[in-house]
Design a protein around this ligand. Structure first.
Ligand code: S3P
Length: 432
C-alpha cells in the first residue's frame, strides 16, 4: 500500500501548473469518439480515471493515440461504436461510469460495465432510474443500483426529467442518451451544476436549447464534426495549492492556466469571503474554449464562514475536503450544510474528513449534511489513512504542511486517479 509522508513547511512559494481538468478530459474522449474526423485534445489529464474512459472507447473500436498529454482521436461518427469483447471497466471513476451509462444505453449492442471495489459501492440508481424511463434496459445488483451492470439493446425515447439531486454526471448521462433517443430529451436542473457537457456540445456544433433551468436536445442528432479541444488546468487540483498558499505563513503561489468556468469556482468565492488573498488574472481564450485564468494566492488570516446555499454546493462539490482543512485554520466556527452528497463520493467525505482531521487535533464535528468546524486549531502530525480517496489524501497532505511534526498518510495510491504528479509539485513549492 502506498503512503505519503509530509513534513511541516515554513512557507509555500513558486509557480505551479496543475494537470488538465478531469471532467473536461473525460468529455473530450466521449464526444471526440462520437464525432466524425480527427479530434485533437491538448493537455489531456493522463490520470487513472481518464485513462479508464479512454480504454472504454478503445474497447469499442475507437482509435485513440496518446502522446504525453496530447490525444488524437479518430472518430467515425455517432453510430460507429463496436461491441466490446469484454466487460467495460470504469476503474475508480464515478464520472466515467455514470456518464457512459447514458451513452451505452443508446447503442445497438449489449454491454457490461463494472468498476473497482470503491466504485462498486457507489449509487448508480440516479442514472439507471431516468435511463430506464427513456426505455433503457439495465440490470444488476440491488435492483440495478450498483455495478456491475448489464445494458441491453433498446430504442430510447426522449423524456423530461427534473434532477432530484444536483448532479452534472446525471445531467450529462441523460444528455448523451438524448443524442441517440427519439424526440426531445429535457433535463431540468433546479440547481446549476458544471456545464462542461453543454459547452462541449456547443463547441462540436451539437444543437441543444437552454431555457431557464431546462436543457433540451432533439434526437437522434445529426452527425457532427471533430474539433480541437484545449483542456484547462483543473481547478479542483489547483484548490489544494490555493489552500496551501492561504494557510501557510509567508506564502505566495501562482497557479497557471486554471479553468475558471463559473460553475466550478465556488471554492474561490468562499475562500475570498473568508478573507483569502486570491487574485484572478483572466486570460484570452479562443472561440468555444473554456475560460482560463492565472490565480495568485498569498498567506491570509482566514475567518470562519457558513456555507449552506444550495447554489454554491455543486460549484465546489469536489473541494469540500480541502475546504474543511482551510476551516480548521480560520478564526471562528465554520458551518457547512446541505452537502449530503459528499457521503457518496469516492468515500463518505463528511465522515472521513471529520475522523482524520480530528485525529490531527482539529475541532470538527460531522453532521447529517456537513460539518461544524471550530478554528483556529494547531494541528499535530500523526498517521492517518485516506480510506482510498484521492481528495482526502491530498487534503490531509495540505493539512500536514501546517502541523507540528511529520504526518504519514496511508493508502495514497488513488491520488493517481486525478492528480498523478501531486507529490512532486507539493515538494517543489514546499519551503522548509
Ligand atoms: C463530475 C460531477 C460531480 C463531481 C465529479 C465530476 C462531472 O459529480 O463530483 O468529480 O465531471 O460531471 P456529481 O455529478 O455526482 O455531483
Amino acid at each position: 500500500m502506498k503512503k505519503l509522508v509530509v513534513q511541516p513547511v515554513k512557507s509555500v512559494k513558486g509557480a505551479v501548473t496543475v494537470p488538465g481538468d478531469k471532467s473536461i478530459s473525460h468529455r473530450s474522449v466521449m464526444l471526440g469518439s462520437l464525432a466524425y474526423g480527427t479530434t485533437q485534445v491538448e493537455n489531456f489529464l493522463t490520470s487513472a480515471d481518464c485513462i479508464s474512459t479512454m480504454n472504454i472507447f478503445k474497447a469499442m473500436g475507437v482509435h485513440i493515440k496518446q502522446k504525453g498529454t496530447h490525444l488524437t482521436i479518430q472518430g467515425k461518427g455517432l453510430n460507429s461504436l463496436k461491441p466490446p469483447a469484454k466487460t467495460l471497466d470504469a476503474g475508480n471513476s464515478g464520472t466515467t461510469s455514470r456518464i457512459i451509462l447514458g451513452l451505452l444505453s443508446g447503442q445497438p449492442f449489449a454491454t457490461r460495465l463494472t468498476g473497482d471495489k470503491y466504485l462498486r459501492r457507489r449509487p448508480m440508481k440516479r442514472v439507471v432510474g431516468p435511463l430506464t424511463q427513456m426505455g433503457a434496459r439495465i440490470s444488476g445488483p440491488a435492483d440495478a443500483s450498483l455495478l456491475p451492470l448489464k445494458i441491453e439493446t433498446r430504442k430510447l425515447k426522449g423524456i423530461t426529467y427534473r434532477l432530484p439531486v444536483a448532479s452534472a454526471q446525471v445531467k450529462s448521462s441523460l444528455l448523451l442518451a438524448g443524442l441517440f433517443a427519439v424526440g426531445d430529451t429535457t433535463v431540468i436542473e433546479p440547481t446549476p451544476t458544471r456545464d462542461h457537457t453543454e459547452r462541449m456540445f456547443s463547441a462540436f456544433g451539437i444543437p441543444f436549447k437552454r431555457k431557464g433551468d431546462a436543457i433540451k436536445i432533439h434526437g437522434p442528432i445529426k452527425p457532427f464534426k471533430a474539433r480541437k479541444i484545449k483542456v484547462p488546468g483543473d481547478i479542483s487540483s489547483a484548490a489544494f495549492f490555493i489552500v496551501a498558499g492561504l494557510i501557510t505563513p509567508n506564502s505566495k503561489i501562482l497557479l497557471k492556466n486554471i479553468g475558471v468556468n463559473p460553475t466550478r469556482t465556488g471554492i474561490l468565492d468562499v475562500l475570498k469571503k473568508m478573507g483569502g488573498k486570491i487574485t484572478i488574472y483572466p486570460k484570452k481564450t479562443g472561440k468555444g474554449e473554456e475560460p482560463i485564468a492565472d490565480i495568485l494566492v498569498q498567506s491570509s488570516r482566514l475567518k470562519a464562514i457558513t456555507v449552506n446555499d444550495e447554489n454554491i454546493i455543486p460549484r465546489m462539490i469536489d473541494e469540500f475536503p480541502i475546504f474543511a482543512v482551510a476551516a480548521t485554520q480560520a478564526e471562528g466556527t465554520t458551518v457547512v450544510k446541505k452537502a449530503e452528497d459528499l457521503k457518496v463520493k469516492e468515500s463518505d467525505r463528511i465522515l472521513m474528513m471529520a475522523v482524520t482531521l480530528k485525529k490531527m487535533g482539529a475541532h470538527i464535528q460531522p453532521t447529517q449534511d456537513g460539518w461544524v468546524i471550530k478554528g483556529k486549531t494547531s494541528l499535530n502530525g500523526c498517521m492517518v489513512s485516506s480510506g482510498g480517496d484521492h481528495r482526502i489524501a491530498m487534503s490531509l497532505a495540505v493539512a500536514a504542511l501546517v502541523a507540528q511534526g511529520s504526518t504519514t498518510i496511508l493508502d495514497t495510491e488513488n491520488i493517481n486517479t486525478s492528480f498523478p504528479n501531486f507529490e512532486k509539485l507539493l515538494k517543489q513549492v514546499a519551503k522548509r
